[in-house]
Design a protein around this ligand. Sequence first.
Ligand code: SF4
Length: 421
Amino acid sequence: MNDAVSSPPSPASAAASPRRITQAVSIGEIKVGGGHPVVVQSMTNTDTADIASSVRQVAELWRAGSELVRLTVNNPESAAAIPRIREKLDMMGVPVPLIGDFHYNGHQLLAGEPACAQALAKYRINPGNVGFGKKRDTQFAQLIEFAIQYGKPVRIGANWGSLDQSLAAQLMDENAKRADPWDAGHVLREALIRSALDSAERAVEIGLPRDRIVLSAKVSGVQELIAVYRDLAQRSDFALHLGLTEAGIGSKGIVASSAALAVLLQEGIGDTIRISLTPEPGQSRTQEVIVAQELLQTTGQRAFTPMVTACPGCGRTTSEFFQELAKVVQEHVRGRMPEWKISHPGAENMTLAVMGCVVNGPGESRHANIGISLPGTGEAPAAPVFVDGEKSVTLRGENIAQEFVALIDNYVETRYARSAG
Ligand code: SF4
């Protein structure tokens, strides 16, 4: 029998691999892992002790869609600020769970400020920064005991930039004795993974349930991150927090984070994500939340806000109008989404198209729920609008943007209205 011609290859699937099933961790009201949707989180860059600024930024991140927000807790002032930040957020109707980020002195801060230990919904512990020498194990145990006492989950977050040096040295020594030694990069990746896994097992021995542990092992290189998380996912069932650490500023940070996280999410790896962008001067911190949402939405993991398909434009586009229209439409639907989420559930799945000419305009517009094909060079000054694949109206004149936006609002009103009762 000739196997080569016996059966055609299966068509490639257009969906991501099934999610890896991990422990389900409750962080306040938010569930991470266990097959729950991938959770978006972010981190403030205010001085936590500056209560007004921190409250403002946490609320802003939450309104942008961050489901968990982490704050640095690095000194007694910031630890004392946490319960007051929680109180003010509750008064404002901002229920987002707060995560405390501890390094070096977390055991002292939690001991000194019980209200902080109580107000936080999760503690982040970096096993490479928990203490030095003999104190490391004791201080790690103290942090875990606080988590047990207050009923909180922890993220054991190892980081390439603060790798446990004694573990790295031990693995280097072991590697030197191998018949076929690994390269240095492999040994360092193993040290990072072991730091996270061994610390998690130690926390379990101390008494923290497995479903109160989230793991991360962050590096700043795309290929290294993919390799580390594939390994981590194979070697444990802990919920995983994904993020490319120190991703960078501007498009570089966005591209590098998306490249790394998209591969892992496609393989079903990852339960919560953070995009560690360095904001451009004057830029809102919320950009990292929008990028995280767009990454999850464009890869088909979750829907947050209607997405606009727009062509890049070329010599056939007559003006910048279509670029402006694409921007106006995306900003309009993003701005309306918090209200639609409640009044018109499902609107986040709506697809829109803003196209620059007849070449791909009508075709792409027909694929969207609502699409508009603007006139290119030499075309009649008319913009046909397509609704659910059918040509609906043709817009002309000065008010195309307002009329198209009104058509979108009307579509949401009729298609996604919450049914009575
Ligand atoms: S749809 Fe038309 S304007 Fe847009 S990129 Fe294609 S050819 Fe150019």
